[in-house]
Design a protein around this ligand. Sequence first.
Ligand code: SF4
Length: 268
Amino acid sequence: MSAETIQQVLDFLRDSGVQRLDLTGGAPEMNPAFMRLVEEARDMGVHVIDRCNLTVLMEEDYRDMAAFLAAQQVEIVASMPCYLEENVDAQRGKGVFGQSIRALQLLNRLGYGTDEALLLNLVYNPQGINLPPPQQQLEQDYKEKLRRDYGILFNNLFTITNMPIKRFGSTLLSKGQFEEYMQLLKSTYNEKSLPAVMCRTTLSVDWQGYVYDCDFNQILGLPAGLSSGKVHLRDLAQTDFNGLDIAIMDHCYGCTAGMGSSCGGALV
Ligand code: SF4
């Protein structure tokens, strides 16, 4: 995301009164304007969330990043697909588990997980064609294991259903499991999740400043339902989003299956 687009994000925050900025990417901290974006958003009183891959915090060039995030009271949401080293390294690469553990310990030393202003949340995705297990029970297991084995404390575990799109969707297709997984999502449709699906309260902005109803639609290149074409953030400052359409397709069953799913975990 260019400095110009980042300025457009800040302008939108100021003009719209949006109160929450959720930053994601491969590693959003690596954008040269990341600190400016966070500082200016926090100066406006906006709550900032950093979806952090943890390992970036251990890179030589980003040694000051964890302290910066703590000083700005940025909420951290970090992927931790398992509390077992062999599973994490198998999924995300050799050595990733150890680096993630060291990063979590560093965040704990800065007050994350214990200071109520410094939220540290972890994310779990299931393996294979399963829905996530009950979030509360798994959170208890994670808390027990990470505390006992590594002295790590964190606030919440978010369980997130795998979406049948892009890499996971391709894997399902190549294994001949796509239809089976879609059937699972459809057969476990939970109407109670509908009021809380994240597209109702979130706008997803891509690196060029175009907006989508959610990150999944962004990945699919499905423009926000409020328009038939691509919409740019700079054209939306005065828009009232209440009652506007949301672009939905079959992948949306991933948000409404079982206990529901969003960037903040289960919905019901
Ligand atoms: S995938 Fe569909 S239901 Fe889920 S957040 Fe996006 S638009 Fe909403």
